[in-house]
Write a protein that binds this ligand. Structure first.
Ligand SMILES: [Fe+2]
Length: 159
């Protein structure tokens, strides 16, 4: 962990360190899910191709926005924001995307499973960041969790 930048934010440095570590871990998780969502966007095939292709791209866009807000919260708290690709690959709990999968319902099932996992991790983070005394980070995770749940509904409604 690199030294935190100075800030007038009145949260203890040890709490901020834990919050920054949690936030950065989610930056990595969202990047893994983003790439997997783009793989779905590029490779899906089936009679409703264009609907799925566009839905997956919209979801990918939401993931990037969420990731940016989470990374910027880490920077706001005085931390180094983000993770390297190498660290993301080691750290992410998501299962590797099976590259041969193209059939629409299979792709939606795999994506719903992964989006659901990420959404559930971030739901836990609401409580973790509340316990660390940071209602603002908890609020950010709440917003992201609600948006992910909404996208999950769009995927699950096809199954
Ligand atoms: Fe595209």
């Amino acid at each position: 962990m690199t030294k935190l930048n100075k800030t007038a934010i009145n949260l203890d440095a040890s709490l901020r360190e834990q919050l920054v570590a949690l936030l950065n871990q989610r930056v990595g998780l969202l990047m893994d899910l983003y790439i997997q969502t783009k793989l779905a966007h590029w490779n899906v095939r089936g009679p409703h191709f264009i609907a799925y292709h566009e839905l997956f791209d919209a979801i990918a866009g939401h993931l990037l926005e969420a990731q940016d807000s989470i990374a910027e919260r880490a920077a706001t708290l005085g931390g180094s924001a983000g993770m390297t690709v190498q660290d993301i690959a080691q750290d992410s709990p998501l299962t590797t995307w099976p590259m041969g999968t193209r059939q629409d319902h299979d792709v939606i099932g795999l994506l719903a499973e992964r989006l659901g996992q990420v959404s559930n991790y971030i739901r836990q983070d609401i409580d973790s960041s509340t316990k660390l005394g940071d209602a603002d980070t908890a609020d950010l995770f709440t917003e992201v969790s609600r948006e992910l749940d909404h996208d999950l509904w769009f995927l699950e409604a096809h199954l």
